[in-house]
Design a protein around this ligand. Structure first.
Ligand code: ZN
Length: 300
């Protein structure tokens, strides 16, 4: 048994929760509080107060898991481990997120990116349960790709940045040059919500499900899925997020991924037009907080 505090730290809001966890089973109940993301001092301070309060109600916290927006420094040998690195979000560059929680609460604090947290949560309790390796993709205002291998979120030099995978764009079919400030027409530059809005002049949420732009988005995400399959051989790819959850989009992604795979990989898991390989999330909006709980459970 472990009493775990969890923080999903997002760019616009933080969700804080605490639960008594029995093994790796999904907690029966979890109380959550939402806090707007403002300055690091105010936001992290309120998260810490809330964790103390929620922790008191369950007899104190044994560990805390934090799933945070990034980019994050996740090399434990670096002094700035657990800090945000460089972000356009005012005030948050170099914010020492993990240290703030660890110093204030004096319990083990595990931290990872929000999308790695989501991947961990989907693997433990969602659409990728029981798998050794899977990938979680969230498509919204940006595109995040969380990779789990052997049950652990993957880091290396930094952490995977699959949102910036390079994809093929046919300028005749899609003249939009992309909006990524670093790469122009990388995956995120072409397929995230703001890219869709910039291309068609209206927010993605206002577009009909059969608007032609969805086939383009499906193609780019299909290329991503094929590339992830070729490079990492995941057993499943979970695709969610505000844009990723658009009705009918996953069918387009499966169609284009299958076309791009071109029959090269022959495996029963890829049968039925990739219906069991590219799937929606099992946890919905709770994936991030579930991931933070899983991180907290795994904290040494
Ligand atoms: Zn990019």
């Amino acid at each position: 048994m472990k009493r775990v505090g969890a923080v999903e730290l997002g760019g616009t809001k933080a969700v804080v929760g605490a639960a008594v966890m029995e093994g790796t089973g999904r907690p029966q109940s979890i109380e959550t509080v939402r806090i707007p993301t403002t300055t690091p001092e105010e936001t992290l301070g309120r998260c810490i107060e809330t964790l103390r309060e929620l922790g008191r109600r369950i007899g104190g916290l044994d560990a805390v898991g934090v799933a945070s927006f990034g980019p994050l420094q996740l090399d434990p040998h670096r002094p700035e481990y657990g800090s945000i690195t460089r972000t356009p979000k005012p005030g948050w560059s170099a914010a020492p997120v993990r240290d703030r929680f660890a110093n204030a609460l004096d319990v083990p604090v595990a931290i990872d990116t929000d999308v790695n947290g989501g991947a961990l949560g989907e693997g433990r309790w969602g659409a990728a349960q029981g798998l050794d390796s899977h990938i979680y993709v969230t498509v919204g205002t940006g595109i995040g790709v969380g990779v789990v291998v052997g049950g652990r979120p993957q880091h290396g030099l930094v952490h995977p940045e699959g949102g910036h995978l390079l994809v093929r764009r046919d300028p005749a079919r899609d003249p939009y040059a992309g909006h990524c400030p670093y790469h122009g027409d990388c995956l995120e530059g072409l397929a995230c919500g703001p890219a869709i809005e910039a291309r068609v002049g209206r927010p993605a949420t206002e577009l009909a499900d059969d608007h032609p732009v969805w086939d383009l988005v499906g193609d780019y995400l299909g290329q991503m899925a094929a590339n992830l399959l070729f490079a990492l051989s995941p057993q499943r790819i979970v695709i969610g997020g505000g844009v990723g959850g658009r009705p009918g989009l996953l069918d387009r992604v499966r169609h284009h991924a299958e076309r791009r795979i071109g029959g090269y990989i022959d495996h029963p898991a890829l049968a039925d037009g990739l219906a069991g390989f590219i799937v929606p999330p099992g946890l919905g909006v709770e994936a991030g907080l579930a991931g933070a709980l899983a991180l907290g459970w795994d904290a040494p």
